[in-house]
Design a protein around this ligand. Sequence first.
Ligand code: PLP
Length: 390
Amino acid sequence: MAETIPFIDLQAQRARLAEPLEAAVLEVVRSGRWILGPEVEACERELAAFAGAEHCLTVASGTDALALALMAAGLKPGDAVVCPAFTFAATAEVVAWLGATPVFADVDPASFNLDVAGAERAVATARARGLTPRAIIAVDLFGQPADHAEIAELAAAEGLWVLDDAAQAFGASYRGRRLGTRARLTATSFFPAKPLGCYGDGGALLFDDDDLVEPLTSLRVHGQGGDDKYDNVRIGMNGRMDAIQCAVIRQKLTIFEDEIARRQEVAAAYADGLGDVVAVPRAMPDRRSVWAQYTLTLPAGTDRDAFRADLQENGVPTAVYYGRALHHQTAYARYPVAEGGCPVAEDLARRVVSLPMHPYLAAEAQARVIEAVRGALARPRSGTPGAGGR
Ligand SMILES: *Cc1c(COP(=O)(O)O)cnc(C)c1O
């Protein structure tokens, strides 16, 4: 049997950067400045510059970035936040932390991102239930930016603000500009498997508004006051990112643009090799994905488990992001769903499957993945032959 292709190969990148990265980490270790300090500040400046945002605040994780954003907005019980039903749980989790109510909206089958008409229905549903709609969380799922212009229009019309959950999409572009300024606040994650990952947990908030610097900086350190750090003026949290992790991100940032370009090549090869037999993710013309995942939508009725087993036998691992829409998960089933439901999210949860995707996936490995997918789809046990497309 052929050697198994790694689903994501973090070791190839580690080898590429080994010397400078390990030296940078050691320098932080020796400096004694492990919490905040110069390494963290340099990292924040470089991330803000990369994203084209005025400000960057590093935080302990993507989840904390989302939570701090909602805390700064003063979210409280009785408030509602529109969330896509097809995303990672953290998107809605942080809303519930603050006692507010996530209201689930459907997604678009081609982009996997929030469907703006669905979001509009979610706002109406929230109002009908006596809740106060406050915000929309736009998720840039699998690395592709959401419909930010349309979402901003809806938000302005309804008096809501937008939080961009770019946990999977740091470095992605929308209409020629990188994410980081499309919403009032953009949250991202540096979890190792994200496009830009550190060697542990980490995250960041990006924003332009100078007025947000003070409250977010305070909330990140237990709500401390500016003048007397023992006078806490807000209920905050410990949400700092370690200086060691910032050193890792600074090194990885030096090759990130090249890695994004390599991800485009892998995605293009997959689209070329598979677009005639299965629904491949659609790259919208006005945006550039960072391809956190390369996610196929299998023909309706395909036995996904059999399809995955077939690929695995050929040394091609796959993953399912996400096998259950949020409103169908135990902890979230009690929250409202927009009028009309989320049929697309439910359908995608049954049909999606993600292929190996990382910047170091060699041409031979890409060809093996393509051949394995084509073979599995052609075998009757895992699908209707020739039933490609959506
Ligand atoms: C990973 C992820 C998060 C959470 O990030 P962590 O750093 O793991 O806390 C939030 N939202 C989405 C869409 C994610 O993919």
